[in-house]
Design a protein around this ligand. Structure first.
Ligand code: ADP
Ligand code: 5GP
Length: 213
């Protein structure tokens, strides 16, 4: 299977031939629980999902692996990749650059796996302009207060980074209410319930991949 990407006159990345299961975009405020749900989903369904490994200029957190959680890079290197047309989308979030390379998605789709993209709301908007045609899922916290507590308890952010993330979360929570942006919004209050809801939405695609084996 060969994937052909082209950029049209408006600068939008369009893909040519592409087949296989529909990709999935997981979005929502930082600290809402995307990684927690995603890791569990991938562990429970081995050989079904593949993670689109994004690039970022932020520093790795303890336990994060280069090439697995992210491709950790510099602003200069990432900007060069963007200038060379290597990215489907990229965004500035909380003082760092993040982006999805074409190769990240192609690597997963070449294996005929369901490609999962974890991107912020800016990424969602850019992907909507592409031909990727994913299922759009938003993971939301029950409230700002609970989100703040989860982010603080995670102990990964400085106070400055935490405040930036909370500000971005306010915008995300407003935008995700707009009709038509997401196929489904999951409120991650009780983790078990949120996980069951996520599996239910993805059931059809999961079955397709399992049956194709
Ligand atoms: P994200 O990937 O969206 O930034 P994480 O998956 O890292 O968020 O979750 C943020 C923190 O909240 C983590 O420490 C995680 O263990 C915790 N968490 C996630 N879901 C729940 C939940 N339903 N109830 C309580 N804590 C949760
Ligand atoms: P974190 O630093 O917590 O891993 O991620 C911060 C935010 O960046 C999250 O909202 C996450 O979804 C988003 N993000 C991660 N990778 C990408 C990407 O490739 N593109 C975009 N637009 N956002 C991303």
């Amino acid at each position: 299977m060969q994937l052909i990407w082209r950029t049209d006159d408006s600068g939008t990345v369009r893909k040519g031939t592409m087949s296989g299961p529909r990709p999935v975009v997981l979005s929502g405020p930082s600290g809402a629980g995307k990684s927690t749900l995603l890791k569990r989903l991938m562990k429970d369904h081995e050989g079904v999902f593949g993670f689109s490994v994004s690039h970022t200029t932020r520093s790795p957190r303890p336990g994060e692996e280069d090439g697995k959680d992210y491709h950790f890079t510099t602003r200069e290197a990432m900007q060069e990749g963007i200038n060379n047309g290597e990215f489907i989308e990229n965004a500035e979030f909380s003082g760092n650059m993040y982006g999805t390379s074409k190769a990240a998605v192609e690597n997963v789709r070449a294996k005929n796996l369901i490609c999962i993209l974890d991107v912020d709301i800016q990424g969602v908007k850019r992907i909507k302009e592409s031909d990727l045609d994913p299922i759009y899922i938003s993971i939301q916290p029950p409230s700002m207060e609970i989100l703040e507590k989860r982010l603080r308890d995670r102990q990964t952010e400085t106070e400055e980074s935490l405040q930036k993330r909370l500000e971005a979360a306010r915008i995300d929570m407003e935008l995700s209410k707009e009709p038509g942006v997401f196929d489904i919004v999951i409120i991650n209050d009780d983790l078990e319930k949120a996980y069951e809801e996520l599996k239910k939405i993805l059931n059809e695609e999961i079955t397709k991949v399992q049956e194709a084996k």
